[in-house]
Design a binder for this molecule. Structure first.
Ligand code: COA
Length: 330
């Protein structure tokens, strides 16, 4: 028999030890703590150690999620890893993480690239696979080592991003109306060049010159991305509420992608939902792309911001340009 619902059984997160403050950054690029704080709300971000890989951060977050769910690695048969910064281009980071975590060899393992919306895409994918009855328990991880693809000489991007990981364990439940109750995913593929890594793919392989020019690092048109982010996240939030016949004020907590405090404040205004209903940790981590929502979700749960019966809205936007929202009843 198919499970009627797919629920989150546990959450975990991990952030590298090294804290990089705005004041420190202002010693290497022409910026200031004041500029970064007022334009983005970011005060500091975490940076992975040189020998700390994407897979290592993922493993830490996953272990905490498994512990929270009171499950063992042997209980997992599906691993979905949302990332744009895998350890290697091939094979998938999921296979490296499977091995480091000691997951069984009959675990389906794959990576998913939907940039900052990656976790919402991964959650939907894993819930569909578990909901089909073909998989029992899934780990969904959002993880990034963005510091490895950041141009540390470009002040328009390097002040905004950071490293980290978040994970959830998904299982089936026979209790109707609980867990993931809906998602709304989409993309504006005409916005590829607003946020992308110019070289290193098959269309433009890396050359000695492109590496010297740091074209293997991401580039962003910040102003355009800002406007689209607000529009797409507002739409994704409204659409999913409408689909499920819900009003914004029925949401206990919104966990938005943590890119910029001003983007979150704009969504709060558009939805007419006070900022107290939004979980914010962008001040401490900056934008950690696919890790941002699961890291925030784990912190929100551990801080007691989510109670049984609560309705949580996840809403994301990222390179692609992808977007997505998800509604969870706890
Ligand atoms: C990047 C962002 C913070 C810039 O804020 P903004 O208010 O749009 O700032 P502007 O781009 O208008 O830049 C204003 C000025 O500050 C300068 N500036 C840019 N980065 C700076 C920095 N780190 N420190 C100081 N000055 C900076 C610009 O060069 C510009 O100078 P100019 O007017 O002389 O050309 C904002 O556009 C943003 O957050 N965009 C979305 C980014 C994002 O979230 N991306 C990920 C999506 S998943």
């Amino acid at each position: 028999m198919l499970p009627r619902s797919t629920v989150i059984l546990g959450t975990g997160s991990y952030a590298p030890e090294r804290v990089l403050t705005n004041v420190e950054l202002a010693q290497t690029v022409d910026t200031s703590d004041e500029w970064i704080r007022t334009r983005s709300g970011i005060r500091e971000r975490r940076i992975a150690a040189p020998d700390e890989q994407t897979s290592d951060m993922a493993v830490q977050a996953a272990r905490r999620a498994l512990e929270d769910a009171k499950l063992q690695p042997s209980d997992i048969d599906l691993l979905v890893v949302a990332t744009v910064t895998p350890d290697l281009i091939m094979p998938a980071a999921a296979c490296i993480i499977q091995h480091k975590l000691g997951l069984p060899t009959n675990t389906a393992c794959f990576d998913l690239n939907a940039a900052c919306s990656g976790f919402v895409y991964g959650l939907d994918t894993a819930c569909a696979m578990v909901g089909s009855g073909r998989y029992r328990k899934a780990l969904v991880i959002g993880v990034e080592k963005l510091s490895a693809v950041t141009d540390w000489q470009d002040r328009t991007t390097c002040v905004l991003f950071g490293d980290g990981a978040g994970a959830v364990v998904i299982g089936g439940s026979d209790e109707a109306g609980r867990g993931l109750i809906g998602t709304r995913l989409g993309a504006y593929g005409d916005g590829v060049d607003l946020l992308y890594i110019p070289r290193g793919g098959t269309a433009a392989p890396a050359t000695a010159e492109s590496i010297a020019n740091r074209d293997h690092c991401f580039r962003m048109k910040g102003k355009e991305v800002f406007k689209l982010a607000v529009r797409a996240m507002d739409e994704a939030a409204r659409d999913i509420l409408e689909q499920h016949g819900l009003r914004a004020d029925q949401i206990s907590l919104v966990i938005p992608h943590q890119a910029n405090l001003r983007i979150i404040e704009a969504i709060s205004q558009y939805l007419e939902l006070p900022m107290e209903r939004f979980f914010v940790n962008v001040d401490r981590y900056g934008n950690t792309s696919a890790a941002s929502i699961p890291l925030a979700l784990d912190e929100a749960r551990r801080a007691g911001r989510i109670a049984p019966g609560d309705l949580t809205l996840l809403v994301a936007f990222g390179a692609g340009l992808t977007y997505g929202s998800a509604l969870i009843r706890w």
